[in-house]
Design a binder for this molecule. Structure first.
Ligand code: PGA
Length: 254
């Protein structure tokens, strides 16, 4: 059994005080579970990462970045590289979050380069995939997920891919309060594992962690986690409330 993994994506929220408070509350409230029974990561805005790393102190909670750039350094005004993030204590980087795909306009080609750059720069990418509501309604979910997995991992060796965590996040479930049912999520997770088996091999497909994200909360976490192909949760809104996030961590530890 893989150790469950829960990551809290703070998105563009918190400030210099509340980011530290939230990190401290999560660290103290999850001491018995984090690292032992559940892998835990928080993903604050770039500018608060150093303060959050410090606030988490010796807890075993990891820190991630919400995005990275494809190049290690150079004339790329406004961008931040994997090696810079590694340097300030980050372990993970989200790649291809739906808000980056659909609000900022990132393409599969760019996301593919980001996944590769994360691993080359020493970070563990969390690659997010997911269909829009109209794609699900048109019966195109499997086609969209297949295209995203094939193109976002294109050209990556099995060794690189073994550093990747996948996250299935149906766009219609993100921030809407409308969670995918455990069965809907399981179907797509099983598809992703099948695709990984075809692209690489069954052992790698079995070992890769696949998280679910989209309105995950304390009261639906356990049901989602009972599905055979769901290995953890990527939590947005509920990760901004220490009480709720700790409740999710606890329910994953049971
Ligand atoms: P949500 O966000 O939990 O607020 O739906 C999830 C995500 O965007 O990762």
């Amino acid at each position: 059994m893989k150790k469950p993994f829960v990551a809290g994506n703070w998105k563009m929220n918190t400030d210099s005080h509340t980011s530290i408070e939230l990190a401290e509350s999560i660290a103290s409230g999850s001491l018995e579970f984090a690292g032992r029974r559940v892998h835990v990561a928080v993903i604050p805005p770039f500018v608060y990462i150093p303060a959050v790393v410090k606030a988490l102190g010796t807890s075993s909670i990891a820190v991630g970045a919400q995005d990275i750039y494809t190049e290690p350094q150079g004339a790329f005004t406004g961008e931040i590289s994997a090696s810079m993030l590694k340097d300030i204590g980050c372990n993970y980087a989200l790649c291809g979050h739906s808000e980056r795909r659909h609000v900022i306009g990132e393409t599969d080609e760019l996301i593919n380069k980001k996944v590769s750059a994360s691993v080359s720069g020493g970070l563990l990418p969390i690659l997010c995939v997911g269909e829009l509501l109209e794609e699900r309604q048109a019966g195109r979910t499997n086609e969209v997920i297949t295209r995203q997995i094939n193109s976002d991992l294109a050209g990556l060796s099995a060794e690189k891919v073994s550093a990747v965590t996948l996250a299935y996040e149906p766009v219609w479930a993100i921030g809407t309060g409308q969670t995918a049912t455990p069965q809907q999520a399981q179907e797509v997770h099983a598809l992703i594992r099948k695709l990984l088996g075809e692209m690489y091999d069954n052992q790698l497909a079995e070992e890769i962690r696949i998280l679910y994200g989209g309105s995950a909360k304390p009261d639906n976490a356990a049901d989602l986690m009972h599905q055979p192909d769901i290995n953890g949760l990527l939590v947005g809104g509920a990760s901004l409330n220490a009480h709720d996030f700790i409740a999710i961590i606890k329910s994953l530890s049971e």
